[in-house]
Ligand binder design. Structure first.
Ligand code: NDP
Ligand code: GDR
Length: 337
């Protein structure tokens, strides 16, 4: 009997890679999507267009408990990966209220519906290194205290606490991944890595002359999303629920990312990058580096891509993308950076 999984946020970067990974393992894959997405498939389903005949989509809103209840009542789900969220940290400063509403209540609704209808379903919560924020130690592990620095980070701490509370109060199999930044060719254009690689490609083809960025000295622990979704699945196969840091263990500045990305097309980033106050955040997470030794030991998880491979792959992908004329279109639909 194949297992049945429900993925919220299936149209996002991680949801699309996870759906592919689960399908390859013989899962029956269901996705929870917004009704507006179902009504605008050409624009909203770009990351899962190649999977549409192999997955089942259900309309629901993270803001509505009844709609979630309805989807969960459809099938006996074995696993639920709750990935849907307002995931852009900068946007959470502009509209903290809706970020909190979507990310905290949405998680609570998912947990409550599963408790009511599918208490045996294994649940994954998409926690984040943003929960560490103003870090108390380096590297950060499962025992590092949280100090979030944005409404987004605060919402993820609340989701993490809710997930642990359902595990402890109701004995449900609820696990959180504390994932550090992970990227790839399907990354949204508003995040700094894709903003850099897509602009490098546009500069290379003469469609742009500069790249405007905020804090170039911020340090992040970057990996490839394909590697990180494998860890999500491994967490739900354990005998007991638990929380895991997933990270590469290497930290690089935004500046280093620029240096490598521009280097891929033989350019010097100093000639094109302009710092712009608009892209600084009211409170910055300056430096992150993860200690994923627990995941490596318990889950036997290892990343396959390193930092240099990731940058190269993303630049190559965007060069192809721009040469096909797709970046302009995609950037417009992604909205402002
Ligand atoms: P994306 O931003 O690419 O995808 C977010 C998904 O959430 C989309 O499918 C989006 O749907 C959906 N969504 C957003 N708001 C709502 C809503 N109100 N109702 C229903 N669905 C909604 O994120 P990622 O794939 O990068 O990340 C997946 C999860 O992992 C997120 O929770 C994120 O916070 C977390 N995370 C990500 C990390 C990373 O580096 N990528 C690191 C750590 C945690 P739509 O397409 O309709 O907008
Ligand atoms: P982050 O990712 O906030 O870490 O959250 P993002 O790529 O947005 O920022 C990384 C760092 O780059 C700096 N930066 C800029 N960022 C953006 N987006 N645009 C710019 O122009 C720019 N200039 C400098 C930022 O200040 C920051 O320090 C991501 C998301 O995927 C979250 O959902 C996830 O939880 C965390 O990673 C782990």
């Amino acid at each position: 009997m194949s297992k049945r999984a429900l993925i919220t946020g299936i149209t996002g970067q991680d949801g699309s890679y996870l759906a592919e990974h689960l399908l390859a393992m013989g899962y029956e894959v269901h996705g929870l999507v917004r009704r507006v997405a179902l009504e605008d498939p050409e624009r909203r389903f770009t990351r899962i267009a190649h999977l549409l005949d192999r997955i089942q989509l259900h309309a629901a809103s993270l803001e509505s408990y009844p709609s979630i209840f309805q989807v969960v009542s459809h099938h006996e789900f074995d696993e639920c990966y709750h990935l849907a969220a307002q995931s852009f940290v900068a946007e959470s400063f502009s509209d903290g209220f809706s970020t909190m509403n979507t990310n905290i209540n949405g998680t609570h609704y998912m947990l409550a519906a599963l408790r009511e209808l599918r208490p045996a379903c294994h649940f994954y919560f998409a926690g984040s290194s943003e929960m560490f924020g103003k870090v108390r130690e380096a590297p950060q592990s499962e025992t590092t205290p949280f100090h979030p620095r944005s409404p987004y980070g605060i919402s993820k701490v609340a989701g993490f606490d809710l997930t642990r509370n359902y595990r402890e109060a109701y004995g449900m199999f609820c696990s959180s991944g504390i994932l550090f930044n992970h990227e790839g060719p399907r990354r949204g254009f508003e995040f700094v890595t894709r903003k850099i690689t897509s602009t490098v490609a546009r500069i290379h083809y003469g469609q742009a002359t500069e790249l405007r960025l905020g804090n170039l000295d911020a340090k992040r622990d970057w990996g490839h999303a394909e590697d990180y979704v494998r860890a999500m699945h491994l967490m739900l196969q354990l005998e007991e629920p638990d929380d895991f840091v997933i990270a590469s263990g290497e930290s690089h500045t935004v500046r280093e990312f620029c240096e490598l990305a521009f280097g891929e097309v033989g350019l010097n980033y100093r000639d094109y990058v302009v710092t712009d106050e608009r892209f600084y955040r009211p409170a910055e997470v300056e430096s992150l580096i993860g200690d994923s030794s627990k995941a490596r030991r318990v889950l036997n998880w290892r990343p396959r891509y390193d930092f240099a491979q990731l940058v190269k792959l993303m630049v190559q992908n965007d060069l192809e993308f721009v040469s096909r004329g797709s970046v302009g279109l995609a950037r417009r639909s992604a909205g402002p950076d």
